[in-house]
Design a protein around this ligand. Structure first.
Ligand SMILES: [Zn+2]
Length: 281
């Protein structure tokens, strides 16, 4: 992906230098109401890391040149999502797109959806409309999960922003309300539909970003497809030495994740990413 020297986003909240001193302000009755409404849960918490043991820097540690570079990369990728989704919303939804804030942290930090650390992996917190990312996750992605390449990292950013898109469209709120009322297996099944739609939206992003900026390079789509494969629930469970248990899936199989990303990439249309009315995922 061509990203160096390109415009970055203003919607980055960089907490990497301030350490992890921030404490979440949500508590008491407000938190209970949010919990009952199914809103309090972050999307993707631990979703990317099956064994819950992603490496990561010490909290408030020194910012390395690699951290700086990763921060710039995320900023450009985020700016791309802002432009692309503004266009797509204008053309396909008929409303303005309000972008989220992306919080960069190192080690650990707090969110309204709970504590974040390198082990939780990147996630999106709906009530705050913020995505959280420890840039050391990119190293985990490459070295421990076998998903290297800059476009694999871009896909992860695009996937989290796709959850914000779902939030803006009202999809996340509806789906989470239903999830709060059903048993765990059904809740997981709805989660899979949320996640596969986010993958499909990531595909729309990839297609649109290429059309608008011509910033994709040879092998980029293959990197995203490989990442989608490596973070499929069946592959994560297998790689963690666990038995593959479909009723515990929350993100979909490798095959499903790849197929829905590819579908969005080929079509570019939100309407073609309706995982909720798909008979077969
Ligand atoms: Zn997700």
């Amino acid at each position: 992906m061509k990203w160096q020297g390109r415009r970055g986003s203003r919607n980055i909240e960089d907490r990497r230098r301030s350490g992890s001193a921030r404490v979440g302000g949500v508590g008491g009755i407000g938190a209970v109401v949010l919990l009952l409404a199914g809103w309090y849960f972050g999307v993707d918490v631990s979703g990317f890391v099956a064994d819950g043991n992603g490496g990561g820097g010490a909290q408030g540690g020194e910012i390395t040149a690699q951290d700086e570079r990763a921060g710039e990369f995320v900023s450009v990728t985020l700016a791309d999502t802002e432009e692309v989704w503004a266009d797509v919303f204008r053309a396909q939804v008929g409303q303005a797109y309000t972008p989220p804030t992306l919080v960069l942290f190192k080690g650990s930090t707090q969110s309204a959806c709970g504590g974040a650390s390198a082990a939780t992996g990147p996630f999106y917190c709906p009530p705050e409309k913020k995505a959280f990312l420890d840039t050391s996750f990119f190293t985990t992605l490459e070295q421990r999960m076998g998903a290297g390449g800059d476009f694999a990292a871009a896909y992860v950013v695009a996937h989290e922003i796709a959850h914000h898109v779902q939030n803006e469209l009202g999809i996340l709120g509806q789906a989470n309300q239903i999830r709060a009322q059903v048993d765990e297996a059904r809740s997981n099944a709805i989660s899979v539909r949320i996640e596969l739609q986010a993958d499909c939206f990531s595909g729309i992003w990839a297609k649109s970003v290429q059309a608008k900026f011509g910033s994709l390079e040879r092998g980029d789509i293959a990197e995203a497809m490989n990442a989608a494969k490596q973070i499929g629930d069946d592959t994560l469970q297998r790689n963690a030495g666990q038995r593959v248990q479909p009723h515990t899936f929350t993100h979909g199989t490798s095959e499903q994740r790849q197929r829905w990303f590819a579908r969005g990439y080929q079509s570019g249309m939100i309407a073609d990413c309706d995982t909720f009315s798909a008979n077969q995922l």
